[in-house]
Design a protein around this ligand. Structure first.
Ligand SMILES: C[S@@+](CC[C@H](N)C(=O)[O-])C[C@H]1O[C@@H](n2cnc3c(N)ncnc32)[C@H](O)[C@@H]1O
Length: 170
């Protein structure tokens, strides 16, 4: 009985963000690389992972010379992400907070791994903030009523705003 209670509390701690968005489910290494390949950002540009989990995408982004920002609502996961990205501190920032309130004004590329019911809302969030051209890659879920510019497996790429001609070659 005690083990059951401890297990339930553990699951709740790991998954409590489920009240504000999708639960934690990590993206595999091959998908992380594909997502960043599709975003095709240049060193020095800024990458966001909205719901960064354990920070794995941020580490991969930093290795590619990107500045990386991860929003994570779950303090346990945010702490894991913060610890895992310590060696990348100059380039990686972890925000313990709700990505629905994120300031994306400096974003060049965004990654999301959410769920179908959040896709229209994320579209509105990005559209409302687009000042510079932004690329968004969504893993697993497409945006209703918006045509993906590129689809590779379960990865969807969307472009917001006007892109310079030499950045349009994904
Ligand atoms: C499916 S996981 C993806 C994790 C990571 N991006 C990856 O691909 O490995 C979704 C993450 O979003 C977080 N999350 C859910 N709703 C959130 C919100 N409103 N603000 C910040 N993080 C949130 C969850 O805690 C979880 O870690």
């Amino acid at each position: 009985m005690n083990y059951l209670l401890i297990g339930l509390v553990g699951v709740l701690i790991i998954q409590f963000a489920v009240f504000f968005g999708p639960p934690y489910l990590p993206t595999f290494k091959a998908q992380r690389k594909l997502a960043l390949d599709m975003l095709d950002l240049k060193p020095g540009q800024t990458f966001y992972d909205l719901g960064c989990g354990d920070g794995s995408l941020l580490i991969e982004a930093s290795r590619r010379g990107l500045k990386a920002v991860g929003y994570e609502l779950n303090p346990v996961l945010a702490t894991v992400a913060w610890l895992r990205t310590m060696r990348h501190r100059e380039k990686v920032r972890i925000v313990v907070g709700n990505f629905w309130k994120a300031d994306l004004s400096d974003a060049n590329g965004i990654f999301v791994f959410l769920a179908g019911r959040y896709m229209s809302k994320i579209d509105r969030l990005v559209t409302s903030q687009v000042e510079n051209p932004i690329r968004l890659v969504s893993y697993g879920f497409s945006i209703p009523d918006r045509k993906a510019d590129v689809k590779k497996g379960a990865m969807f790429l969307y472009q917001y705003g006007q892109l310079a001609p030499d950045t349009q070659s994904v």
